[in-house]
Ligand binder design. Structure first.
Ligand SMILES: [Fe+2]
Length: 233
């Protein structure tokens, strides 16, 4: 890998350790791991997360269509196929997995698509639509893969264990988390490959860096949605 690209990812690694970006220490994650959040707080997090998990699927399709490199398109295709069908992990469409979780927390399944996005969720939706549909594919893919998915295995391990231990959720209700713990394992390395293929200019690389941090920050803010629900257990 080009030394400029390597240096950018090392800088991003350091920046992603900070609170406000490091999802493994997010208050929602800690609250579920310790069982201190109310069921309503966990449910609201699921409802808001559903909105972007559902919206992102066609946006990955737009990134696929806008990508001018066959090798990079292969990576995007795998991501789209898995999000839209769950075929690679042998599960089901990821929005359906998130709906199983939200339903188990008491949210009516049929109303999941019509819930109002909270401000942090709307910002997350805007960020992802912009980076996947309207920016160079290196930016959209690295944002999603390196700013988001790369953090997921450690983060969702805590969430899934907490949901089992403190909220009594069964394997079906936790499959969204368990599946992503496995599926997202290699996504950090894949992001690095995709950026190396795209070989952006210095200015383009700076935009990739900003999108990686921006994705982590948008997820952090979005996940604070739980604070809007009553905290009494
Ligand atoms: Fe997913």
């Amino acid at each position: 890998m080009d030394s400029r690209i390597k240096a950018m990812f090392e800088q991003a690694d350091r920046a992603l350790q900070q609170p406000g970006r490091n999802l493994s220490i997010h208050p929602f994650v800690q609250g579920v791991a310790n069982g201190t959040l109310s069921r309503d707080q966990v449910r609201v997090w699921g409802e808001q997360t559903y909105l972007y998990v559902d919206a992102v699927v066609p946006w990955i399709g737009v990134a696929y269509g806008n990508c001018d490199n066959a090798e990079a398109r292969g990576h995007i295709w795998e991501s789209l196929l898995e999000e839209a069908t769950g075929q690679l992990s042998g599960t089901k469409p990821h929005p359906e997995l998130m709906a199983d979780f939200a339903e188990a927390m008491g949210s009516p399944r049929a109303k999941l698509s019509s819930n109002e996005a909270l401000p942090g969720t709307r910002a997350m939706l805007n960020h992802w639509e912009l980076s996947l549909c309207h920016r160079h594919w290196t930016e959209g893919l690295a944002g999603m893969g390196y700013g988001g998915e790369r953090q997921i295995p450690v983060t969702f391990r805590k969430v899934s264990d907490g949901l089992k231990e403190h909220y009594g959720l069964d394997d079906k209700a936790r499959l969204f988390f368990e599946m992503h713990i496995k599926a997202d394992e290699g996504h950090g390395d894949e992001s690095q490959k995709v950026v190396a293929i795209g070989n952006p200019s210095d200015a383009g690389l700076k935009r990739v860096y900003n999108t990686i941090l921006g994705t982590a920050e948008a997820l952090w803010t979005c996940w604070m949605a739980f604070e809007t629900a009553p905290s009494q257990r």
